[in-house]
Design a binder for this molecule. Structure first.
Ligand code: 5RP
Length: 295
């Protein structure tokens, strides 16, 4: 019988011992179909093994979020710097030029907004995702939500069935409710549940204590969301610490598009994620690029 104490004493994380990848460069995906691997290799840079995903799907629950009021003006100029974009199908069709040719992590669940109860979601149609050439399907998974945990895990599992059938990876997006603590125990549970239910990779949040355990116990790659806007230096520090603890990239929105200088910021984030630049050097890079742009 399940219990909620069995994960308290967990300690054999094998920190420092990399999970064997097999023949494919991303952990947990060596046995995936060619289509899944090919799409993952478009999202993640096979050289660095990492990705900078630009997230601008916030409007699907938050409406015209600051920085996303006119995505044609604010987001389109950033897309060329991203390895992958994450957005809703409405935004993709209405705003993103198809010629930009970026892999798309398609927001694949929807149902409620910030005005009511979040997470009461169903999946979008797979035919449309195929038509849009989605590189990944991204359903929200609300672990610990008293009302919608089961519904959103079912959505994820159904999405994973689509992965098996059509070769499109599933990105499990962990939604952390207002009353839940983003600590290693919670994030470890949420990410592991996503992987166990078929996620090809998982998006979650960074935590200062024990994030390397979250990564170690999740058998598929983790990318981190940026969360609410932070000062640029702090956001770069967050990205640096996450990558150094084993995250394979960022799926970042507000800390890029709400930055004083989004073009400079996304380039600085890329330098951290792909080149291992320190947070300090990346912040200097951000300042230099922003200064140059203001001349
Ligand atoms: C919004 C999302 C975002 O894609 C995710 O939170 C990443 O954006 P940010 O870095 O702004 O947190 O899931 O619903």
């Amino acid at each position: 019988m399940a219990d909620n104490e069995g994960n308290i004493e967990a300690k054999n994380y094998g920190i420092g011992i990399a999970q064997k990848c097999g023949s494919f460069f991303l952990k947990g995906n060596s046995h995936a179909d060619w289509g899944v691997q090919n799409r993952l290799a478009r999202i993640f840079n096979p050289k660095s093994g990492n990705t900078v995903m630009l997230a601008f799907d916030h409007g699907y629950i938050m409406g015209p979020t600051s920085g996303l009021e006119r995505m044609d003006l604010s987001i389109v100029p950033l897309i060329k710097y991203a390895d992958c974009i994450m957005c809703s199908r409405g935004t993709l069709r209405s705003v993103v030029p198809p010629e930009m040719n970026k892999p798309v992590a398609l927001r694949f669940s929807a149902g409620s907004t910030i005005l009511t109860e979040l997470n009461n979601e169903c999946l979008a149609g797979i035919e449309d995702a195929i038509k849009l050439d989605a590189a990944a399907l991204a359903p929200m998974v609300a672990i610990g939500d008293p009302n919608f945990e089961a519904l959103t895990i079912r959505n994820l599992a159904q999405c994973a069935d689509f992965t098996s059938r059509y070769g499109i990876p599933t990105l499990g997006v962990t939604a952390v409710g207002k009353n839940l603590v983003r600590d290693a125990r919670y994030l470890g549970l949420a990410t592991r549940v996503c992987a166990e239910n078929g996620a090809t990779f998982v998006k979650t949040y960074y935590c200062d204590e024990g994030f390397e355990k979250v990564v170690a116990a999740c058998p598929v790659p983790i990318v981190i969301a940026g969360g609410k806007k932070l000062p640029e230096a702090d956001a770069l520090e967050l990205a640096y610490k996450a990558i150094n603890s084993g995250a394979r990239g960022v799926d970042m929105g507000r800390n890029i598009f709400q930055s004083e200088n989004p073009v400079a910021m996304i380039q600085a984030v890329k330098a951290v994620v792909h080149k291992g630049l320190s947070a300090k050097d990346a912040y200097q890079m951000y300042c230099d690029l922003a200064k140059k742009a203001s001349k």
